[in-house]
Ligand binder design. Structure first.
Ligand code: DGL
Length: 272
């Protein structure tokens, strides 16, 4: 496999663009092929079997586009499908959960960490597993926040309703004296500003995307797949539905010239 090949990134929707942003910063030469499964979002309330099936279809599609490695830019798919895909695929693959747990363990000073994520990620217990591997003394307080995903997909980032929902989900968790809060769903960093206002200054918000981008870089280096040639890659974006809505939101989040309004392509598995 050539180091000039693109990298594949996927999520259930727009959330994975928070990881794309970090990948673009730490790996500026790498061309990204992104897939957002907007026809089937949310993943967070689906079964493990369904999430594995969807993830497998997307990974196969990305591989058909010639990617040399894959980032699962979705906590839910990382929690439930990463191990299966790692065994099945011939290209290296990484998820966001392990890097997120590592970043949170480094961020906490009082060993009290909050985790917010989809129901599927919370119920999988995967954040506890990784955090307790780092330090069994860490106390974890968790809360599923399923309504955050549709709010983000709808683009209601700074909105009264969004603020009310953030309070409804977080107020109880914020009484637990946590000093770090893992944004354990890649959609949530898009709400980080509003979440930070509710959480207050004493709580560090942990976005797993930073550490994930760093670890992905190591993985490429280890596999001799890092693109060292200076270039200005033109990224490709695919969704399974609603390309214009995706382009609008992703375009405003990723910055000018990254996702054009007519440049998001459709790939719908159910029509095959
Ligand atoms: N952005 C995803 C995650 O990190 C999935 C959200 C969803 O589809 O429910 O978990």
């Amino acid at each position: 496999m050539s180091s000039m090949a693109p990298i594949g990134v996927f999520d259930s929707g727009i959330g994975g663009t928070t990881v794309v942003k970090e990948l673009m910063k730490s790996l500026p030469n790498e061309k990204i092929v992104y897939f957002g499964d907007t026809a089937r979002v949310p993943y967070g309330n689906k079964s493990k079997e369904t999430i594995i099936m969807y993830s497998r279809q997307i990974a196969d599609f990305l591989i058909s586009q010639g990617v040399k490695a894959i980032v699962i830019a979705c906590n839910t798919a990382s929690a439930l499908a990463l191990e299966t895909l790692r065994h099945e695929l011939k290209v290296p693959i990484i998820g966001v959960v392990k890097p997120g747990a590592k970043a949170a363990a480094e961020a906490t000073e009082n060993n009290r960490i909050g985790v917010i994520a989809t129901r599927a990620t919370i119920n999988s217990g995967i954040y506890e597993e990784f955090l307790h591997k780092t330090d069994p003394k860490i106390k974890i307080f968790k809360k599923a926040c399923p309504l955050f995903v549709p709010l983000v997909e709808e683009g209601w980032i700074s909105d009264d309703i969004t603020r009310q929902i953030i309070h409804r989900y977080l107020d109880e968790l914020l009484e637990k004296d946590i000093d770090a809060l893992i944004l354990g769903c890649t959609h949530y960093p898009l709400l980080a500003e509003e979440i930070a206002k509710v959480a207050g200054k004493k709580i560090k918000l942990v976005n797993p995307a930073f550490e994930c981008a760093r670890e992905f870089r190591y993985m490429l280096e280890e596999n001799d797949l890092l693109c060292e040639e200076k270039q200005d890659p033109v990224h490709e974006f695919y969704v399974s539905d609603g390309p214009r809505a995706f382009a609008e939101l992703a375009g405003s989040f990723l910055g000018e010239g990254i996702v054009g309004p007519d440049e998001v392509k459709i790939r719908n598995f159910e029509q095959r």
